[in-house]
Each structure stands twice: as C-alpha cells, then as structure tokens.
Design a protein around this ligand. Sequence first.
Ligand SMILES: [Zn+2]
Length: 97
Amino acid sequence: MPAEQDMNQVLMVDGNAVAGGLQQLFGRDMTIVGTRCAGCARSAEIGALMAFVRGPGAVLRCPACQTAIVRIVETPAAQYVDVRGAAYLRFRRSPSR
Ligand SMILES: [Zn+2]
C-alpha cells in the first residue's frame, strides 16, 4: 500500500462519524439515507461513505471512485451542505428504514 494511501486511511473514518451533525441538520438519522454517486453511479447509504473530518469541514467520499459526494462546512453564521457529488439523496418514507 503506497504511503499516500496510508495517510488517507489514518484520516478516514466512515460516514457514521458525521451522523450526529447531519442528524441535527436534517432532523433524522442520515446514515441510512441512500445516495447515488454522480461520478460512478454507485449506490450507498451515507453511513457507508468514507468520511474525512480533519479539514475545515467534513467530506464524505464514494468508496469506489473517491468522488466527494457530500461536503459539510460550518461557519459562525451558517452550515453549508454541498451535495453536488450526489446524483440524488434517497429518503425512505418509513421511519424505521
Ligand atoms: Zn463513485
């Protein structure tokens, strides 16, 4: 495994690590919300994405192609959620899943 990839592994956690912040924003458990990657069309739940949380915000990346699917940036005045890397977010109607 190349050294650069080692570093990524160190900084990486899974999407569940940012679940608390997302739940506050959206008022529901976001880890089970489905996404489709705009880069490679892979479907995954938010909780299964790779989260990088050491930057000024958090980035959730596609585990297959590394596309940044969700970016979360906090400022004193607002929270920004950039989802341009997602073809869609899928919220199931049933509260249990
Ligand atoms: Zn992808």
